[in-house]
Design a protein around this ligand. Structure first.
Ligand code: HEC
Length: 143
C-alpha cells in the first residue's frame, strides 16, 4: 500500500511537472506569437536614421519625385474630394470661383498659412511653398 501510494504520488508529480513545463513552454511560444500579432503595423522612421531599414533612404527621393496629384491625393483629397467642412469641392468649380474672387496670391497664402478650417499646408507639413502652389494649380486645372 505504501509502495503504491509512493508510486502514485511520484506518477502524479511527474505528470504535474510535465503539465507545468508544457504549459510554460506553450505560454512562451504563445506570448511571442501574441507580441507579433499586436505589434504596430507601421513604424515611424525618422529621415536619416539608418537603423530602420531602407525606407528612410528612399524617402527623400520619393519626396522629391512626388507630383501635385500625389500631394493632392495624400494631403488634400480627404477634405476637398467631398467638400467636407465647407472646403471647395474638387472638380465642381468652386475653387475657380474663389480664384476669380480672391486671386491666386490669397488662395496660395490661405493654403500655406491656413484659413478657418483649412489647415496650414493642408497638413502636408513637409510640402514646400512651390509644391503647395503646384497642388492648388492642379486643383484649379481639374476644377
Ligand atoms: C482638414 C480638411 C482640409 C484639408 C486636408 C485640406 N483643406 Fe483646403 N480647405 C479646407 C476648408 C474647410 C476650406 C475652406 C475654408 C473657408 O473658406 O473657410 C479650404 C480651402 C482651401 C483653399 C481656398 C482658400 C481660400 O482662400 O478660399 C485652397 C487653395 C485649399 N484649401 C488648398 C488645399 C490644399 C492644396 C490642400 C492639400 C495640400 C488642402 N487644401 C487640404 C479644408 C481642408
Amino acid at each position: 500500500m505504501n509502495t503504491f501510494a509512493a508510486k502514485a504520488a511520484s506518477a502524479l508529480c511527474t505528470l504535474g511537472l510535465s503539465v507545468v513545463l508544457a504549459t510554460s513552454v506553450y505560454a512562451a511560444v504563445d506570448r511571442d506569437a501574441m507580441i507579433e500579432r499586436i505589434k504596430p503595423h507601421g513604424q515611424v522612421c525618422v529621415q536619416g536614421d539608418d537603423t530602420c531599414g531602407t525606407a528612410s533612404a528612399a524617402a527623400p527621393a520619393a519626396a522629391a519625385g512626388r507630383s501635385a496629384a500625389d500631394i493632392y491625393n495624400r494631403s488634400c483629397a480627404a477634405c476637398h474630394a467631398s467638400g467636407i467642412l465647407g472646403s471647395p469641392k474638387f472638380g465642381d468649380g468652386e475653387m475657380t470661383t474663389r480664384l476669380n474672387e480672391k486671386g491666386m496670391d490669397t488662395l496660395l497664402a490661405h493654403a500655406i498659412e491656413g484659413f478657418n478650417a483649412m489647415p496650414p499646408r493642408g497638413t502636408c507639413a513637409d510640402c514646400s511653398d512651390d509644391e503647395i502652389k503646384d497642388t492648388v494649380q492642379y486643383m484649379l486645372d481639374n476644377d
